[in-house]
Design a protein around this ligand. Structure first.
Ligand SMILES: Cc1cc2nc3c(=O)[nH]c(=O)nc-3n(C[C@H](O)[C@H](O)[C@H](O)COP(=O)(O)OP(=O)(O)OC[C@H]3O[C@@H](n4cnc5c(N)ncnc54)[C@H](O)[C@@H]3O)c2cc1C
Length: 631
């Protein structure tokens, strides 16, 4: 193993601290409505934060319904997803029609020429577009879920809003540039640098940004760049600043348009900035606020991913249902065979769960005062992972026809079902806007936050008086976590028919809190390195959150349609499957091969089992000794 590779893993303390500060930076200060999910991790089940389900108001729904009707007509008429996938381009007339409808200003307030849609209506639109053409959905979403409109809306000055938002609403395309060749999940170490000019009127920007979606065609881009460090309490503090760049600024260059396995019509590229002179008034929110801006933007920005993936799985459900009824093998429709029936039950119950989580988090975002960090991260993690399983299982149900392209199916006279394309298109969702692994780290950080607030300083340095205070706090908290009974209010009153599941959530939240407390005591500061263990705690928390959202959603649906028990059945089934996974995760938490996994992985990385790779044609680039990395 080369020294270069060794030196990068594990992270240095300084890098780790910086990464922690990054997670910390995602907090917003205006939140007054606490996070339901965060309470679960501290052993507290708070039905008041769950019920009633944050349904859309009739007025807001009407606005959404009217807009969606017009949007669907355009999608049917102008957006041919098969052609877009094959050509790798979104046709100009489709783009123009979407712009004319106002799709590029959905999240922009009306006073700046946008439609001012609520997050729920925006997500309904993204779900509809994604269900039809993923490339088109990414165009629209990159523009306003994370592109310039979102940070400007949150942090821009009046002048900036007046200058840019009307243009953006009219179709000036925008993009969000954070990632670099050397920094993906760990943006705090970015290299792109913006040097202030001596008169303070400009910044001179130099660097490169990778995989910037819409970047190839964007008119206006928000670029995160390092600016000179400052010294706080004798310590150097690195600064990251968000700058608005316009495509005609001299020194800006699109170096390469990237080509991907899916979402083939997105305009994503490698961008270069060479001595680009950026006016100081193009800084959003002020110098040094860029990383926090990026993370806060992603808090709500990543809510589009659950909506888009839910659009995808609803299509999967349609496809799987039709094919499992139609296709006969071994004397029966394949849906009558037990192994296929299991898949159909999973797809239906988990589509319901994704729907519940998407609209729960969208509703929370519309409140404006809710701490949505944890819920948004959980929604992103849950929906993208479940979406991947559902898409794969739908492909499996379609079998040979699942692997065949829609074009080929159509050409030989069969229904042009696009599951092959959907499979390619959807894989990216587990990577963008925080990989699943990073989402788990982020959620774990929040899960431990309760204990870190109480005992964090003691883990760094023991002091008697704070230790006594911590002891007293835990003396009050810990016995409550061993309470085997459920607490009032009565769970069946909260959601009739779901009492047993709600009691499970309440008891299991306490068990989860006991387990994390025990793990903190056992591993102390080393706990953060036990990612496999923490991942299980996170997965348990996510399942409990999903069950909760599902029950609240079902209750809302049941009260709207008292004679229809469909929601009840889907929710109950999801809860049963989730409970099994929770039990398995607890079991694996304390009986596992975690250490052995890590040890074997390090042996593999140190070339101890390299004989296993014999018998294949090794490409040139894999023959080279690992001497450099992209960092
Ligand atoms: C199609 C596409 C569109 C994109 N759009 C944009 C965009 O518009 N703007 C933008 O700024 N970026 C964009 N990105 C970049 C995207 O956000 C990154 O790919 C993502 O953040 C992951 O970074 P990486 O690929 O460099 O992976 P890395 O960070 O190198 O990670 C590699 C692997 O290691 C894991 N890993 C990394 N660190 C840890 C850790 N501490 N613990 C455990 N596991 C870890 C990761 O989960 C991953 O599995 C896009 C990428 C693609 C492919």
């Amino acid at each position: 193993m080369s020294s270069e590779v060794k030196s990068q893993s594990p992270n240095s303390n300084a890098e780790r601290e910086e990464a922690m500060e990054v997670a910390e930076a995602a907090r917003e200060t205006t939140w007054t409505h606490p996070s339901f999910a965060a309470q679960l991790f501290s052993g507290s089940f708070r039905p008041d934060l769950l019920f009633p389900f944050p349904d859309q108001s009739p007025d807001d729904k009407k606005i959404g319904d009217e807009f969606l009707e017009r949007l669907e007509a355009i999608l049917r008429e102008k957006v041919d997803p098969q052609e877009i996938d094959i050509t790798g381009d979104l046709p100009a007339d489709a783009l123009d029609a979407l712009i004319d409808l106002g799709c590029f200003g959905m999240k922009i307030p009306k006073e700046y020429g946008g439609l001012g849609l609520s997050q729920t209506n925006y997500n309904r639109a993204c779900q509809l577009i994604a269900s039809h053409c993923a490339s088109t959905a990414v165009w629209i979403s990159a523009h306003q879920s994370i592109g310039v409109p979102q940070p400007l809306k949150l942090f821009g000055t009046d002048e900036q809003k007046k200058k840019f938002l009307p243009r953006l609403a009219k179709g000036a395309v925008s993009a969000f540039a954070l990632t670099e060749v050397g920094v993906g999940s760990d943006p705090a170490r970015m290299q792109t640098f913006a040097e202030p000019t001596p008169d303070g009127k400009h910044y001179i920007l130099n660097g490169e940004k990778l995989w910037c979606t819409n970047g190839v065609v964007a008119d206006i881009i928000v670029v995160m760049a390092r600016t000179p460090s400052i010294v706080v309490k004798g310590k150097e503090r690195q600064q990251i600043t968000a700058l608005i760049i316009e495509k005609d600024m001299p020194g800006f260059e699109v170096v390469h348009r990237c080509d991907f396995m899916g979402i083939r019509a997105i305009q994503n590229g490698l961008l270069r900035f060479k001595d680009v002179k950026v006016p100081a008034e193009n800084v959003i929110w002020g110098p040094g606020k860029g990383l926090k801006l990026a993370l806060v933007t992603l808090n709500t920005g990543r809510l589009t991913v659950p909506a888009a993936t839910t659009g995808g799985v609803k299509q999967c459900l349609k496809i799987a249902r039709k094919w499992a009824n139609e296709r006969r093998q071994w004397g029966a429709p394949i849906g009558k065979h037990d192994a296929v029936a299991e898949k159909i039950a999973y797809i239906a119950s988990h589509t319901f769960a994704m729907d519940a989580i998407t609209w729960f988090t969208s509703g929370l975002a519309d409140r404006g005062d809710a701490d949505i960090r944890l819920e948004a991260a959980m929604a992103k993690l849950f929906c993208t992972e479940v979406n991947w399983t559902i898409t794969d299982e739908t492909l499996q149900i379609r079998a040979g026809r699942g692997f065949e392209t829609s074009k080929s199916l159509g050409e030989r006279g069969e229904d042009p079902v696009p599951i092959e394309r959907m499979f390619r298109d959807t894989r990216i969702n587990r990577i963008i806007e925080g990989t699943s692994e990073i989402m788990r780290l982020f959620i774990a950080r929040e899960a431990l936050d309760f204990h870190m607030q109480i005992a964090g300083p003691l883990l760094k340095r023991f002091q008697l008086l704070p230790a006594i205070k911590v002891g007293l706090t835990y003396m009050g908290w810990l016995p409550r976590q061993f309470n085997p009974f459920t607490l009032p209010p009565k769970h069946d009153d909260l959601a009739k028919g779901f009492g047993k599941h709600l009691r499970f959530i309440e008891r299991t939240a306490r068990k989860l809190a006991r387990n994390t407390f025990y793990a903190m005591g056992r591993y102390q500061q080393k706990l953060e390195k036990r990612q496999q263990l923490l991942g299980r705690f996170v997965d348990i928390g996510v399942e409990l959150f999903a069950m909760s959202a599902v029950i609240a959603y079902a209750k809302s649906k049941m009260s709207q349609n008292p004679d229809d028990d469909s929601a009840q059945k889907l929710a109950d089934h999801f809860c049963k499957l989730a409970r099994r996974r929770v039990k398995a995760s607890f079991k694996a938490a304390w009986s596992n091969e975690d250490r052995a996994n890590y040890k074997l992985a390090q042996e593999v990385l140190a070339d101890e089992h390299v004989w296993l790779e014999e018998g294949v044609v090794t490409p040139e680039y894999l023959l080279e000794e690992v001497t450099s990395s992209t960092t």
